[in-house]
Structure formats: structure tokens, C-alpha cells
Write a protein that binds this ligand. Structure first.
Ligand SMILES: [Zn+2]
Length: 70
């Protein structure tokens, strides 16, 4: 993995995204405008498979659905 050092004005790192995932998911569960309120999180999740995976796992957990867990 290569760190690309062109942090433009509007991009979150994985760390920043991860720190906001909880909040973002909570928002998206209670408020359909999560993506509008935190567009950079959505953007990062859209680009980063790692964070998307984490997002989906957390989302499932917070929804109380864990179909494939023992
Ligand atoms: Zn990421």
C-alpha cells in the first residue's frame, strides 16, 4: 500500500473516516440525510474498500442484524 501525499481540501483519510463511522452510521439509521450531512465520509467509503467493509460490518452490528455470526 502506498500513501499518496496529495491531501486535497476535501478528503478524509482512513483514520478520519474510521473515527466518524459510528456517528455516520447512527445518523444514517436515524436520519436519511447522513450522506448530506457527512458527505466526505460517504465519499471515502465509496472509494475505499477497507472502510466500506468496516462501515458495512458496523452498520449490521448497529442494526442488530448479524446473520452470519455464530
Ligand atoms: Zn479508508
Amino acid at each position: 500500500m502506498q500513501m499518496i501525499d496529495n491531501t486535497c481540501e476535501k478528503e478524509y483519510s482512513c483514520e478520519e473516516t474510521f473515527a466518524l463511522l459510528d456517528e455516520y452510521i447512527e445518523l444514517s439509521l436515524t436520519n436519511k440525510e447522513a450522506a448530506a450531512l457527512m458527505p466526505l465520509v460517504k465519499q471515502h467509503i465509496g472509494m475505499c474498500p477497507d472502510c466500506r467493509e468496516e462501515f458495512e460490518a458496523l452498520l449490521l452490528a448497529m442494526q442488530g442484524q448479524s446473520p452470519s455470526l455464530p
